[in-house]
Write a protein that binds this ligand. Sequence first.
Ligand code: PMP
Length: 365
Amino acid sequence: MKVRDWVKNLVTYEAGKPIAHAAGEIGMTADEIVKLASNENSLGSSPLAVAALKENINTFYRYPDGSNYDLIGKLSDKYSVLPEQIAVGDGSDEIINLIYSAFCQKNDEAIMAFPSFAEYLLIGAVHRVNVLRVPLKEFKTDLDAVKNAINENTKVIFLNSPNNPTGTIIKHDELMEFMKNVPENILVVMDEAYYEYATGKPDFPETIDFIHSFDNFLILRTFSKAYGLAGLRIGYAIGDKEIIDAINHVRQPFNVNKAAQIAAFAALDDTEFLSKVRSMIESGMTYLKSEFKNMGIEYTESYANFLLINLKTDAENISDKLLKKGVIVRSMSGYGLKEFIRVTVGNETENKRFIASLKSVLNEE
Ligand code: PMP
């Protein structure tokens, strides 16, 4: 079998280590591991989602509803948009892939900030799209530089706010100015995977309004983060009917499984869980920041459930040593930030374990 060279050379996404595997390697049990590497939710899944799954456990012999009718109906009420303005995917990862399928062909160009979510780059490569990486400026998306990178081959721009791995945001006026200057034939994707953590905070814009003003603006959100449903894989896009229709044309008929649809539908009502999650992150953030200040460690101003910290030493080495103590974080060396790690804000016990382990590892240096 001759695999094409460009396929062989594709870089695949480096997922966080599975807990059981990491535990086995260092002679610990899974319970002893603190995993703060994938921005998951330490409070677990929305209890309303779990209850709905239990109630529907005997229905999975049926195919899912390929139109996602109930979930889209609920989302359209929530955001006051038409059902035709919403598409649902097997995680927002899938929607990124569908965007490339629908709007790009080989040798087209996309633009992303860098560092930002790696999948824009990796999925783009599968579609043989050239993805330009525009460096962040002071850890923020540099919209002027993004605008200047646009050329006649540009088809899609991926923005991410709060940005993974920095947690920094794009403000309303900057975004408005940017959108006014982007040609209408270029799709601007605003990935808001961490929306539920940022909404309501000072300067974080409600971008739904932008879809009413710009036909080329698409928002991505997910149930993986604040709702705690990462393992079920479900995310959605909100935008102009024409964009949504194009996405629906290139997706599989049953791209979103039934369990994910049921859980997401129930989770949307779980305001109690969401506020518990937000307050856990807020107090965890306060604790971690004060510890970092005491330790002289710099961090970025994050609106999400993670912090990017500068260790001013080989971060890969530190994260390896943390792993040996049962604490998994994400070294950012693959993103060119050799002295940085990204740590997810966990629950109180996890955050304390992380800080104690970090102190001891840094002291050994
Ligand atoms: N966008 C960003 C910015 C992310 O950080 C993530 C999760 N790592 C995703 C999208 C993917 O989310 P999902 O689980 O819905 O595929």
